[in-house]
Each structure stands twice: as structure tokens, then as C-alpha cells.
Design a protein around this ligand. Structure first.
Ligand SMILES: [Zn+2]
Ligand SMILES: [Zn+2]
Length: 146
């Protein structure tokens, strides 16, 4: 029973590698506005042409055990985030925590970030950009742990 799993891991590694490579390539060769427009157009057309099939594909996937699991995780995750955001807003209002500018660049339009959602008072303040980067970092770290 170990064989298929190994193949899966290898496939995942290959996919990650390809993704990294694409990202690197895109960074070195940024698309022109015209190319971006064409790409968007193409994606839109592709979606409209295959709307039924694509929708069915994704709804079939979401009905599969794996899809259900992902859905559940996503919902839970969002719930935690919402809870956290509400908590931060209330805590700021009640003067329990103080809002600070982005800890990386000093932007005052900052958002509270939690390393650990179970410790809502431990907040790191980050602007939208650095918050997004932070999450990308976390995702990468989690990915390599798997
Ligand atoms: Zn920032
Ligand atoms: Zn965050």
C-alpha cells in the first residue's frame, strides 16, 4: 500500500517544482498589459465555453470525500478568522489592545495578524501587503512540513 502514496508524493513534489519554476519565470518575464488582457480574455472564454463541464467537475469534486474534507476545513478556517477579527475590533474598542502600524513597513492601515488563533490577544500588526506575504510564508512552511 505504500506504492501509490509514494507516487502521489512524487507528483506533488513535481507540481510544486513546476509551480515554483513558473513563478520564477513570470518574475523574470513579466507580462505586458496586452498579454495580460489576452490571458484574462482567454480564461474568461474558456470558462464560458466549458462552464457546465467545469462547474460539474468542481461540484463533483466537492461531493467527493476529499472535497468535503477541504470544504469543511475551509469553513472552519474562515469561521476562526471571523471570530478573531470581531474579537480584535472589540478589544481595540474596549482598549484591551492597541492598534499599531505595520511592523514591517510602518503603514498605519494595518490589520491584526494571529500566529495562533487560539491566542487572540497575541496580535502582530501588518499592512495588507505584508499580511498577505506573511500568510504566503506560513502556507509555504506548512507545505514543507507535510
Ligand atoms: Zn507593511
Ligand atoms: Zn493573518
Amino acid at each position: 500500500m505504500t506504492k501509490p502514496k509514494e507516487a502521489e508524493v512524487r507528483l506533488k513534489r513535481k507540481r510544486d517544482y513546476n509551480r515554483e519554476w513558473m513563478r520564477e519565470y513570470q518574475r523574470k518575464n513579466p507580462l505586458t498589459e496586452e498579454q495580460k488582457r489576452l490571458k484574462r480574455e482567454y480564461a474568461k472564454n474558456h470558462y464560458y465555453k466549458n462552464k457546465k463541464r467545469l462547474n460539474k467537475q468542481s461540484s463533483d469534486y466537492m461531493k467527493s470525500p476529499r472535497g468535503k474534507e477541504i470544504n469543511k476545513k475551509r469553513r472552519l478556517n474562515n469561521l476562526e478568522k471571523h471570530k478573531c477579527r470581531d474579537f480584535i475590533n472589540h478589544a481595540i474598542r474596549d482598549g484591551k489592545i492597541e492598534k499599531f502600524p505595520c511592523s514591517v513597513c510602518g503603514n498605519i492601515a494595518s490589520e491584526g495578524h494571529h500566529e495562533d488563533y487560539t491566542k487572540p490577544l497575541e496580535v502582530i500588526w501588518l499592512c495588507r501587503k505584508h499580511h498577505t506575504l506573511k500568510h504566503a510564508e506560513i502556507k509555504k512552511l506548512r507545505g514543507s512540513n507535510e
